[in-house]
Design a protein around this ligand. Sequence first.
Ligand SMILES: [Zn+2]
Length: 93
Amino acid sequence: MGLIASLFGFLYELFFGCRHGRLTRPFTLERRTYKVCLDCGRQIYYSSERMTPLSAREIRGMKAAQAGPLTVVPAEATAGLLAGRAGKSNAAA
Ligand SMILES: [Zn+2]
């Protein structure tokens, strides 16, 4: 789900060209500090210590730390989901 959301964000930025020029002040919610883009609503994570945006690596580390114990999704469940989706799109076409 996170991958799809980030892919969607990337495509959104590609097509609509949002450069996050209009941002809120950084604020902290649920132990995360971030600014929000007033144009597209994207959250830009921020370091409350340095007052600079977090690097992609720092964001990954933060999310991993907050995700808690590692959850393993069986490969078959993902494959079945993809197969079902493909079948649906074929029927529609
Ligand atoms: Zn934006």
